[in-house]
Unconditional design. Structure first.
Length: 387
C-alpha cells in the first residue's frame, strides 16, 4: 500500500480526503449507538422526549468525534478536555435517566473518550468511573445484569485499548520529532565539518596569497623580476588550493554504503515496497580493506538499483544483500538488488546501467543483470589485495 495515501498514526490530515478517511475510521465505531437510535425511531417517546433525545445524541456524537479526531493528532488544552468530558458524562447520565436503559451505551463512549484523551492514570480512573456509573444506573432496570453485562466488557476493553492507542500515537509523534532533531544535528555537524575542513584547506593558502600579493606590489616598481617570481608563487599556491578544494568537494559528494543503505530503506518505504535491506554493512564487508573508489562504486550501484526498482519495476518486495565472497580472482564484495517486479525485461542496458558498468569497471569491478522472475542487479568489486 502506498504510504502517501495513508493517514499515519499521529499525523495531522493534510487535505479533505485524508480528513474524511480518518473521520470514517473513527465514526464507524458509532454503530453501537443503534440502541438509542432505534428507540428514537420506534416512536416510544413523547415529542419532548424525541426533541431531547435527538438534541442530546447529536451533541454527544459531535463532541465525541471532535475529541477523538483532534486529540489523536494534536493535543487539546487540558481545560477543554476536562470540560468536554464532563459534558459527555452529564449527557450520558441525563439521557439515561430521562429516556431509559437504551442510552446506557453512551457510557461506553465516555470510557473510550477517557482512554483517548487523558493521561494513563487519570484515564484509568475515568474508565472505571464511567463503567461504575453505567452499572449503577442499570440497577434501575428490571434486569440489571442482562442490561449492563453486555456493555461492561466493551466499556472496559474499549477504554483501556484507547489508552494503548494514545500511547502509541504519542510515542510515534515523539519518535518523528526525535528523528527530525537527529537529522538537524547531523546536518549541523556536517556543516561544521565542512567549514572546519575548508578553513584548514584555504586559511593558509589564502594568507600566503595575500602576503605574496602585497610583497609583489611593493617590489613591482624597483624589482620587477622579483615581483614576477612572487606572482609565479601566487599562481602555484592558488592552483594547489584549487586542487585541494576539488578533492575535498569530491570527498563530500562521494556516496558511502551505510548512507545508501539507509537511503534505500527510506526510498522503498516511501514507494510502498517491502524492503529487506541490511541495517548496516556486514562486518566482513567493512571498508577497512576496501578502497574508497570501490566503496563509492558499490554505493552508486545500490543507488541506481533502488532507483530502478522504485521507478520502473512495479515491485512489491525488494531484497538487498551484501556479502564477501572468495572467487578465483580473489576476495570480492558482492552487492545484489533483487525485486519481484513485473516490468523486468531482458535487453540492452539503459544510460544509467551503462554508466554504472563503466564506473564499476574503473574500480576493478563488474556488473551483472538478470531478468525473470523479477529483476536482479549484481555488482562486484575487489576486496583486500585484489583491489
Amino acid at each position: 500500500m502506498n504510504q502517501e495515501r495513508v493517514v499515519g498514526i499521529g499525523k495531522v490530515p493534510e487535505d479533505t480526503r485524508e480528513a474524511a478517511r480518518k473521520m470514517l475510521w473513527i465514526g464507524i465505531w458509532l454503530i453501537f449507538l443503534s440502541a438509542p437510535l432505534s428507540a428514537l425511531l420506534d416512536g416510544r417517546y413523547s415529542p419532548a422526549g424525541q426533541a431531547l433525545g435527538w438534541t442530546g445524541l447529536t451533541v454527544f456524537v459531535g463532541l465525541y468525534l471532535v475529541m477523538v479526531f483532534r486529540n489523536t493528532s494534536r493535543s487539546l488544552p487540558p481545560r477543554v478536555i476536562h470540560t468536554t468530558l464532563v459534558i459527555l458524562g452529564a449527557l450520558a447520565i441525563g439521557l439515561s435517566l430521562a429516556l431509559g436503559s437504551p442510552w446506557l451505551v453512551l457510557f461506553v463512549y465516555v470510557a473510550v473518550n477517557c482512554g483517548a484523551v487523558l493521561p494513563l492514570r487519570r484515564a484509568t480512573w475515568g474508565i472505571v468511573g464511567a463503567t461504575a456509573l453505567m452499572c449503577l444506573l442499570a440497577l434501575r432496570a428490571d434486569d440489571p445484569v442482562g442490561l449492563a453485562g453486555p456493555l461492561l466488557i466493551p466499556a472496559l476493553l474499549g477504554g483501556f485499548a484507547m489508552t494503548g492507542v494514545r500511547q502509541l500515537i504519542r510515542t510515534t509523534v515523539e519518535l518523528k520529532e526525535a528523528r527530525a532533531t537527529v537529522a538537524q544535528l547531523a546536518a549541523n555537524e556536517e556543516r561544521l565539518r565542512m567549514a572546519r575542513d575548508l578553513h584548514d584547506l584555504l586559511g593558509h593558502s589564502l594568507s600566503l596569497i595575500t602576503l605574496k600579493s602585497e610583497l609583489a606590489g611593493r617590489m613591482l616598481p624597483d624589482h620587477p623580476g622579483q615581483a614576477a617570481t612572487q606572482v609565479a608563487d601566487i599562481e602555484q599556491v592558488s592552483r594547489q588550493a584549487l586542487t585541494d578544494v576539488r578533492e575535498a568537494v569530491t570527498g563530500y559528494r562521494r556516496p558511502t554504503l551505510p548512507g545508501e543503505l539507509a537511503g534505500a530503506r527510506t526510498a522503498l518505504a516511501a514507494a510502498g515496497i517491502t524492503a529487506v535491506v541490511p541495517v548496516d554493512v556486514p562486518k566482513d564487508c567493512r571498508a577497512g580493506d576496501l578502497h574508497e573508489d570501490q566503496e563509492a562504486a558499490l554505493a552508486w550501484a545500490l543507488r541506481e538499483g533502488i532507483t530502478n526498482v522504485v521507478r520502473h519495476s512495479a515491485a512489491r518486495r525488494c531484497t538487498v544483500t551484501l556479502t564477501a565472497r572468495q572467487t578465483l580472482e580473489g576476495r570480492r564484495i558482492e552487492l545484489v538488488v533483487h525485486d519481484d517486479g513485473r516490468n523486468a525485461v531482458a535487453g540492452p542496458h539503459g544510460n544509467g546501467l551503462t554508466g554504472l558498468a563503466e564506473r564499476l569497471d574503473k574500480a576493478g569491478g563488474t556488473l551483472g543483470t538478470q531478468a525473470g522472475p523479477g529483476f536482479t542487479l549484481t555488482a562486484r568489486v575487489p576486496l583486500g589485495s585484489g583491489a
